[in-house]
Design a binder for this molecule. Structure first.
Ligand SMILES: NC(=O)c1ccc[n+]([C@@H]2O[C@H](COP(=O)([O-])OP(=O)(O)OC[C@H]3O[C@@H](n4cnc5c(N)ncnc54)[C@H](OP(=O)(O)O)[C@@H]3O)[C@@H](O)[C@H]2O)c1
Length: 313
């Protein structure tokens, strides 16, 4: 099969489009013919060696976590899937910038029937991260107030919609250019992160969802009520600051699940959840797609935000 392969740590320019061995499913796995995958910040971070002390890569490495495609082979002990099923999901170990992947059925679900494969590939990591952060980690409840940093991004737009749907008051930090877009998704207040500091506007929220990190996270502890929670998905949290402000602080990582992906497919098909896709590149142009995400080149699409997808088939 063809795949995008990295042979050592490095930037987008190190990516190669090469032939490699097509994987074979074990008795517990399915073989998926990939139609589309998507680009996540973690792909670029891992390739650059940002996490090499914790998650060292084994080279040659195939990046990619999101997947949408068709089942071509089913292991003898797999139940619930058959060849021809259209599925989507998230690999735990990368490997989706390729024509085929083998996955455990627990990390896939039938794809939303109202989406094509490129649209479906934009969903799994971002939507399920948003869902788990809100409901598994922050355990938000109707009537609470939440602050979402980076609300206009791929994960943020799902978090805003899901929080609104759950009956929360939703405050968001984002660029001023995204204000109308975010209000349309259900945000009550959009705070320009380049304008007045959010901590002079926000206080005593029940939860902060930090999709940005850096000093924005450092400034967030003080705006959470006692007993509230800060969840970050991109950098470790400070136990010391959490204790100082009498809150809980958690670093969360996506755990892809069949149940979550099925629920999200249902929400999309019923019109309760809108996807946020920015541009589509052919798999061969993964390097251009990475540079697009990093803001190094003008995007192919008109849109400023959303997931960048790689079309494989
Ligand atoms: N732990 C996990 O399992 C997991 C899973 C998924 C994602 N993540 C992480 O979650 C983060 C967000 O991912 P994503 O895919 O949603 O990224 P994305 O699509 O690139 O969105 C990032 C958004 O943040 C905005 N932003 C940048 N600086 C900001 C600031 N200081 N204040 C408020 N907004 C700001 C950007 O707006 P402008 O473009 O206007 O600046 C953009 O809308 C990444 O760090 C990613 O690695 C972690």
């Amino acid at each position: 099969m063809k795949a995008i392969i990295l042979n050592n740590y490095g930037p987008a320019e190190e990516l190669r489009f090469l032939d490699t061995i097509t994987p074979r499913p074990s008795e517990e796995q399915v073989l998926i013919k990939i139609h589309a995958t998507a680009v996540n910040h973690v792909d670029i971070g891992k390739a650059a060696g940002a996490f090499k002390n914790v998650f060292p890569l084994k080279f040659p490495w195939i990046p990619g976590y999101d997947v949408a495609g068709v089942i071509e082979g089913v292991g003898a002990r797999v139940e619930g899937y058959k060849p021809g099923d259209e599925v989507y999901g998230a690999s735990l170990d990368g490997g989706t910038y390729a024509e085929y992947i083998v996955l455990n059925p627990q990390v896939i679900a039938l794809k939303p029937r109202t989406l094509d494969f490129t649209e479906a590939a934009s969903v799994p990591v971002s939507a399920e991260t948003a869902e788990q952060v809100l409901f598994r980690h922050a355990k938000v409840q109707k009537g609470q107030t939440i602050l979402i940093h980076g609300g206009a991004g791929a994960v943020g737009t799902y978090a805003v919609q899901m929080a609104r749907k759950a009956g929360l008051k939703v405050l968001v930090t984002a660029s001023s250019a995204d204000k109308t877009f975010l209000e349309g998704l259900g945000a009550d207040t959009v705070i320009d992160y380049k304008g007045e500091p959010f901590e002079s506007i926000v206080s005593k929220v029940d939860a902060v969802i930090d999709l940005v990190g850096g000093e924005q996270q450092q400034r967030s502890y003080q705006v959470i009520r006692e007993g509230g929670i800060l969840i970050s998905v991109n950098q470790p949290v400070s136990a010391e600051l959490a204790a100082t402000f009498k809150i809980r602080a958690v670093f969360a990582q996506l755990e892809p699940s069949h149940e979550g992906l099925s629920r999200i497919a249902g929400l999309i098909d019923s019109g309760a959840l809108t996807i946020n896709m920015k541009a589509v590149y052919p798999l061969q142009q993964a390097a251009e797609a990475w540079n697009d995400l990093k803001g190094k080149q003008v995007t192919k699409g008109e849109k400023k935000n959303g997931r960048i997808v790689l079309r494989v088939q």
